[in-house]
Design a binder for this molecule. Structure first.
Ligand code: GLN
Length: 380
């Protein structure tokens, strides 16, 4: 039996490939983005207690109501947003799922979606599986800002959505108020949706405020805003997040969600609902991770890599032109096998594999992990 593939150009994701290679070669894994330090024990305790207290059956399809209420309170506290937990918040198995569901809810065959490259690797397959087309626009090197003139030129009657991702994976760039102004200008008076990937909302450094769509009612009215508890509470393996969108948009979002995952893990939602009251747990994350970024940057000065800037996320990118002129995928594989450090080749974040000879490092790790990795990288 053969299948006519819906994603003929897709292989296995680079994160899976590089993590498997890291395991095989006992390499330090600075590839796939996940912390190697323990998560907050109070939160895991609350979830364990919820399981023991028999919160083990289906939660409501849109999510455990106390969790949605806690999210609405957080959205108000952080961004001044008025979000209705009954009709505008849906709990999802992770941020990636929320983005996929939003795209699936809005896209018709032939639609176009504006995607900035480098782009997180699920966006374009999510668009194509729905019969739509990604219109890619390069972020401008070296700070990876958005070229709004290029956006204006790309917009046409087929443009259905723009995907915004700040803090940005893989570059660590962030959008500012001028980007918000431009986004307003290009979308005002159109039917263009915004898919806003804000999974790194609390991983933003140097006291830069996070420009959430939740701050701007006129943008929020056309947005699906996607978040991840895995990133906020250092438990990426829990695969739990949520999507905030206006009621009319959420209605269609839930039509897709109810026939896919239906409802998320109940004890995790019960634990999170209680833990969200502790504001310090999410507010202290930025400083904690920033210290790791700074430490990694400092250590890397003893290597022949040249790091770029990172203002947010788990990631920082670096060029290796002083080491090799190999294509980035070959280099990343060799680095894993021979030097014992796994990274992600940034060409994986381009539709046609554009290779600027850059690799992405995840610095959301224990000090000892970063030290061991850099000790090895110093030898290449
Ligand atoms: N978001 C993570 C990263 O960019 C990976 C998630 C995944 O492996 N699918 O590394």
């Amino acid at each position: 039996m053969t299948i006519q593939s819906k994603l003929p150009n897709a292989g296995t994701t680079i994160f899976t490939v590089m993590s498997a290679l890291a395991t095989e070669h006992h390499a330090v894994n600075l590839g796939q983005g996940f912390p190697d330090f323990p998560m907050n024990e109070e939160l895991s305790g609350l979830v364990a207690a919820a399981m023991k207290n028999n919160f083990n059956q289906y939660s409501p399809m849109p999510g455990w109501m106390p969790l949605r209420e806690a999210i609405a309170a957080k959205a108000h506290y952080l961004y001044g947003a008025e979000v209705d937990p009954a009709h505008e918040i849906t709990i999802t198995p992770g941020g990636t799922y929320a983005i996929y569901t939003a795209l699936t809810a809005i896209l018709q065959p032939g639609d176009e979606v504006i995607v900035f490259e480098p782009a997180y690797d699920s966006y374009i397959p999510n668009i194509e599986v729905n019969g739509a087309r990604a219109i890619t626009i390069p972020l401008v090197f070296p700070d990876y800002h958005i070229d709004w003139d290029a956006v204006k030129q790309a917009i046409n009657p087929r443009t259905k959505a723009i995907i915004i991702n700040s803090p940005h994976n893989p570059t660590g760039s962030v959008i500012g108020t001028s980007d918000i102004e431009e986004l307003r200008k290009v979308t005002a008076g159109t039917n263009i949706f915004i898919i806003s990937d804000e999974v790194y909302e609390h991983l933003i450094f140097d006291d830069i405020p996070h420009q959430s769509m939740l701050r701007y009612p006129d943008l929020l009215e056309r947005s699906f805003v996607c978040f991840s508890f895995g990133k906020t509470y250092s438990c990426t393996g829990w695969k739990i997040g949520y999507c905030i969108a206006p009621a009319e948009l959420t209605k269609e979002f839930r039509k897709i969600h109810q026939f896919n995952c239906f409802a998320c893990n109940t004890p995790v939602q019960v634990g999170l609902a209680q833990f969200l009251e502790n504001k310090d747990a999410y507010l202290s994350l930025a400083a904690f991770i920033q210290e790791k970024r700074d430490y990694f940057k400092q250590l890397m000065q003893s290597t022949r890599f040249t790091l770029q800037e990172s203002f947010g996320s788990y990631f920082i990118c670096g060029t290796y032109e002083r080491i090799s002129d190999e294509p980035d995928k070959d280099f990343a594989v060799r680095l894993t096998k021979e030097a014992g450090v796994a990274t992600i080749p940034v060409s994986a974040f381009y539709q046609f594999g554009k290779d600027d000879k850059v690799v992405r490092f995840c610095f959301s790790k224990n000090k000892e992990t970063l030290e061991l990795a850099v000790e090895r990288l110093m030898k290449v």
